[in-house]
Design a protein around this ligand. Structure first.
Ligand SMILES: C[S@@+](CC[C@H](N)C(=O)[O-])C[C@H]1O[C@@H](n2cnc3c(N)ncnc32)[C@H](O)[C@@H]1O
Length: 250
């Protein structure tokens, strides 16, 4: 059974592990790809607690704006104290209804980082992205691909098959999102980002695992037993995040 680890605690734990133990900072890869202009009107879908939205708000001037859409009110609340509110709009809503959430708005840039695979109707979400972009506007989406975190999922597979829903999420970028973007947009470009994450202790790896999509309380003992052996032998554990970015222009 897959549990959506979407709570603000889980997201913050994962972000903290990446900040502490990943070789590269993901925003150093994402933000330049957005090619933000100071007066851009930006929509950040599934903005979470502002990982991308906050630096975007700092890159635009008073003529620009950034609107964050997320289904979690708790995560949106975390953004409020960290941004200049005149340029930032936060909308608690769902990416399945972008058309009705933003009836009259048009954007220069729309992004969705680590979120599109949560859409219950990804084709409609991508259609809405296309419709809400100005002519010549740019879109960037990113998410994991199949070999993402393979080292970690290999551990899971020592005691249980990967759930269908997990495989669907991890295949989503290459098998669903990319082909659909290519049917709609004139210009589509992909980039792959690889980022090794080195966990220095069993406890840190376990903390990450508990905030990960595959975590199941009932399997925790089995997971701990496998990682115990790994740390006795290696004294560290490295898993590689592998992410696809799709840049498209209308
Ligand atoms: C992995 S987080 C990514 C957050 C942020 N973009 C980042 O990179 O840190 C996924 C986000 O998608 C949001 N989400 C999940 N389903 C959603 C939906 N149907 N509509 C809007 N947001 C959704 C969650 O609340 C969460 O903030």
């Amino acid at each position: 059974m897959v549990r959506a680890q979407n709570s603000s605690n889980a997201l913050n734990n994962r972000l903290a592990a990446h900040a502490n133990y990943a070789k590269f900072e993901i925003n150093d890869w994402i933000i330049p790809k957005l090619e933000i202009k100071e007066d851009d009107q930006v929509l950040d879908i599934a903005c979470g607690n502002g990982k991308q939205l906050i630096p975007i708000s700092e890159a635009i001037n008073e003529n620009g704006s950034v609107t964050g859409l997320d289904i979690s009110k708790d995560l949106l609340n975390e953004i409020e104290s960290n941004v200049e509110r005149e340029k930032v709009f936060l909308k608690n809503g769902s990416m399945e209804y972008i058309d009705s959430e933003f009836k009259n708005a048009q954007f220069d840039l729309i992004l969705c980082c680590f979120g599109l695979y949560y859409s219950k109707n990804y084709k409609k979400t991508i259609n809405d992205i296309y419709d809400k972009l100005k002519e010549g506007g740019k879109c960037f989406v990113c998410g994991p691909i199949k070999r993402n975190n393979k080292e970690l999922t290999d551990i899971h597979e020592t005691f249980e098959k990967l759930p269908e829903e997990y495989n669907m999420h991890n295949n989503f970028m290459e098998s669903k999102a990319l082909p659909y973007f290519e049917t709609l947009f004139g210009e589509v470009k992909i980039d792959i980002f690889e980022n090794p994450v080195t966990f220095p202790s069993k406890d840190e790896l376990l903390r990450y695992w508990k905030s990960y999509t595959l975590f199941e309380k009932e399997e925790q003992n089995k997971f701990e037993k496998v990682i115990e052996d790994i740390f006795v032998k290696e004294n560290k554990f490295i898993t590689k995040k592998v992410v696809m970015g799709i840049s498209a222009r209308k």
